[in-house]
Design a protein around this ligand. Structure first.
Ligand code: NAG
Ligand code: NAG
Ligand code: NAG
Length: 429
């Protein structure tokens, strides 16, 4: 009885996929536990009213504290086979600190060139990404940056690394506006700095400054993101907040920091992200006020526990984090850019961009944002025309299958022509 009324309320209050995101065992427990039920409904209401903080999704997606040391421990000690080994001169490393760390610890090949299957495995095993999100993000890398089967976490692989099809892909570093975005937390904007992958010590320090009290939280990361967004608008005449990169990749670069790098324990089952743990993951030496980023030295901390196995970070959870951030800072959803000078940010109309399939007034309602974001991913041009879109369709349908999405057929890339940060290397059309 409780079970069905709970599910019904949750469906009414939030969007359907949030209810689906609950592990079955938890849903059943909720059915028998009035306290849990009340807490979950409260969390769902806060989320639906969009009045909760940036981390509000935690209460909904991790309703009961769970910590299992044995299952969550990631062993990177000497002799584990996953001890840290610094990258050599030919190893590929790039803009994503997590992927760099996986390669440094041999959870991905040390070369930094890996297969889609290896990405799917490592992201789930090491940090607890949900299988649907892991498959989507891994397949996307293969389709956009590689040869469908494999891709590089850095730039173009060598012939020995990638083979004759692999060398045609530009890797994650080479996927600006496709799978790599402006206004990253610690990496600079490509057309402003000339690179998009080197950790900027000053930006790392800013992230810390935005996170007082010794810990980095969803709230602090979201405030920091707003600051980075405004700073890049104000200083980078090439700033471009692209359809997929701005709306999905940029927020992932922030939310993944807390959701995937925090350390878990019985006292902090949802995760606590200290400055020291963050430093390790980002390869930053020194202490607060005297940091020094060492390129390519991203490292999984010793004695570190990943998120609860029962609570994988799945597409639904990510979509809820996106919604919360966008409700606090609606400008995050503005697709557009500076028009040739710093501080000239102009946005395009989402209706014009999508042929009327989506519009800004309803983007935060129901499943629209999730439908929009995941379908946009397939609009970018792959590095190699190998029927990549076909390969991606499966992964995308997996994500949006149950959401009754309006079908996005194409985007009108003419709308983006006024942005020099786009036209320098157009990726749509
Ligand atoms: C971690 O790996 C090392 C080396 O294989 C092993 O001696 C140790 O028992 C492992 N630790 C745990 C907690 O499993
Ligand atoms: C993670 O938390 C546990 C429990 O508080 C602690 O013993 C461990 O040292 C922490 N790990 C890191 C890397 O901070
Ligand atoms: C966008 O759509 C509106 C309404 O449909 C139309 O009036 C306007 O001309 C369009 N703008 C562009 C740039 O296509």
């Amino acid at each position: 009885m409780h079970f069905s009324s709970f599910t019904f309320n949750l469906l009414l209050i939030t969007a359907a996929p949030f209810a689906n995101a609950w592990p079955t065992a938890i849903l059943q427990a909720a059915g028998n536990d009035p306290n849990l039920l009340a807490r979950a409904e409260e969390a769902a209401k806060l989320l639906a009213n969009r009045q909760a903080g940036a981390g509000a999704a935690t209460a909904l997606f991790e309703p009961v504290p769970i910590f299992n040391a044995k299952a969550q421990y990631i062993n990177v000690t000497k002799g584990s086979g996953h001890e840290y080994v610094a990258p050599g001169p030919n190893d590929l490393r790039g803009p994503c600190p997590g992927l760099n760390a996986f390669a440094n610890h041999n959870f991905l090949p040390h070369s930094g060139y890996a297969s889609v299957a290896q990405y799917i495995d490592a992201t789930q095993r090491v940090v607890g990404m949900g299988p649907i999100l892991a498959t989507f993000l891994s397949a996307l890398g293969g389709a956009l940056d590689g040869d469908l089967v494999s891709w590089s976490i850095g730039g173009k692989p060598s012939l020995a690394q990638g083979g004759i099809t692999g060398i045609l892909g530009n890797g994650l570093t080479g996927s600006h506006n496709k799978y790599e975005a402006d206004a990253s937390p610690t990496r600079p904007d490509l057309y402003q700095a000339g690179n998009d992958y080197k950790t900027v010590t000053a930006q790392f320090q800013e992230l810390i400054n935005y996170s007082p009290g010794g810990q980095v939280t969803m709230e602090s990361l979201t405030s920091f993101r707003s600051h980075r967004f405004e700073t890049q608008k104000a200083t980078n005449s090439y700033f471009f907040n692209g359809p997929f990169t701005g709306v999905a990749v940029q927020p992932a670069a922030y939310t993944f920091i807390y959701r995937f790098m925090a350390n878990h324990s019985a006292e902090n089952p949802a995760g606590l992200l200290s400055y020291e743990v963050l430093q390790s993951w980002f390869g930053v030496e020194g202490t607060n006020g005297k940091y020094n980023a060492v390129q390519g030295s991203e490292r999984i901390p010793e004695n570190w526990y990943k998120r609860a196995v029962e609570y994988p970070y799945e597409t639904t959870y990510f979509a809820a984090d996106l919604l919360n951030a966008a409700s606090l800072h609606p400008e995050f959803l503005e697709i557009g850019g500076n028009t040739g000078t710093a501080g000239s940010f102009t946005s395009v109309d989402i209706g014009n961009l999508t042929g009327g399939v989506f519009n800004v007034g309803t983007l935060l309602q129901g499943n629209n944002l999730a439908c929009f974001v995941f379908q946009l991913a397939a609009q970018a041009k792959p590095d190699i025309a190998l029927g990549a879109l076909g390969a991606l369709t499966g992964a995308i349908n997996n994500v949006i299958g149950g959401l009754s999405c309006p079908q996005l057929k194409a985007i009108d890339q003419k709308q983006l022509q006024k942005f020099p940060g786009y036209t320098r290397m157009p990726v749509y059309g």
